[in-house]
Write a protein of this length. Structure first.
Length: 145
C-alpha cells in the first residue's frame, strides 16, 4: 500500500512580474506557475486547488466567513514513487537455462561422433565443405545435381 504525506499552501493572491509577462492575468498565472514549480522541485506532486470556507473574527463579538484558495500537494513517504523505483532499478534479466553438456565420443543414443582431431572443429567442417564443392566442379564451373 502506498503511503503519502500532504502539504497545503495558500494559493497566490497577487501576481508576480516576469519576463514577457503582461497584464494581471499573466502575472497571476506566473505567480501560480512559480509556486507549483517550487513545490515540484522539492518532490511534491500537485493534486488540486480547493476553495474552502474560513471563519474569521470581525470585531469583538462577531465573525464572518471568508473563502480561501489553497493548493494541495502530496509525495510518497518512503522516498521515490514505485514507478520511479522501477525505472531506477532497471530491467530485470530473465534467468538463463543451465548449460548444455558438450558431447565428446558418444551420445546417449549410441551414435559416435567422428572428427579429425588435428583440426579445430570449425576448420574441419569448413575444409570438408570446400573439398566437397571442389569435387562437384570441373573446368566449366559447378555441375547441377
Amino acid at each position: 500500500m502506498n503511503s503519502y504525506e500532504y502539504k497545503i499552501i495558500p494559493a497566490p493572491s497577487k501576481g508576480r512580474k516576469g519576463k514577457n509577462v503582461k497584464g494581471p492575468e499573466g502575472r497571476f498565472a506566473n505567480a501560480l506557475e512559480q509556486a507549483l514549480n517550487e513545490m515540484a522541485s522539492a518532490g511534491w506532486e500537485f493534486q488540486r486547488s480547493e476553495t474552502l470556507p474560513s471563519e474569521e473574527r470581525s470585531g469583538l463579538a462577531s465573525s464572518t466567513t471568508r473563502f480561501r484558495s489553497v493548493l494541495v500537494f502530496r509525495r510518497y513517504i518512503n522516498g521515490a514513487s514505485p514507478l520511479l523505483r522501477k525505472v531506477l532499478d532497471g530491467p530485470t534479466l530473465p534467468e538463463l537455462p543451465a548449460p548444455v553438456e558438450l558431447l565428446t565420443s558418444e551420445t546417449d543414443s549410441g551414435i559416435a561422433l567422428e572428427r579429425d582431431t588435428d583440426k579445430p572443429i570449425l576448420q574441419s567442417v569448413t575444409d570438408d565443405k570446400v573439398s566437397e564443392n571442389l569435387e562437384e566442379t570441373d573446368e566449366r564451373g559447378p555441375t547441377a545435381t
